[in-house]
Design a protein around this ligand. Structure first.
Ligand SMILES: Cc1cc2nc3c(=O)[nH]c(=O)nc-3n(C[C@H](O)[C@H](O)[C@H](O)COP(=O)(O)O)c2cc1C
Length: 93
């Protein structure tokens, strides 16, 4: 499985993870990947549409199943509640 993780920078993912996602085009669909997940952090809530659209587009294009998306805004970042949500998500995979 592939887990993409990025802070939100100006309503999208960072240049670094975007470059990594784009470079995978050169080798085609990752041969062993069947599932993916997306973890996003941000300062404000409700800023994820652009990043989620990119992620879902790549999942659909590559035929990789979206296993879930977790977001953390502001003080949710690093909170015990959010870490527990991520732990439960990981256990469910
Ligand atoms: C260049 C830059 C652009 C950012 N743009 C946004 C944004 O558009 N929306 C938002 O909610 N947070 C934005 N942020 C805040 C980051 O998403 C937030 O700091 C990060 O998710 C928390 O991770 P950190 O603790 O590593 O900084 C931006 C931060 C930086 C440095």
């Amino acid at each position: 499985m592939i887990v993409y993780a990025s802070p939100i920078y100006y309503f999208g993912m960072t240049a670094q993870i975007t470059a990594a996602m784009q470079r995978v085009f050169a080798i085609g669909k990752p041969a062993k990947a069947t599932k993916a997940a997306l973890l996003l952090s941000s300062g404000s809530p409700n800023v994820y549409d652009g990043a989620v659209a990119t992620y879902k587009g790549i999942c659909a294009y590559t035929g990789i199943q979206d296993a879930g998306i977790i977001t953390a805004a502001g003080e949710e970042n690093g909170s015990e509640a959010k870490l527990n949500e991520i732990r439960e998500f990981a256990k469910s995979l």
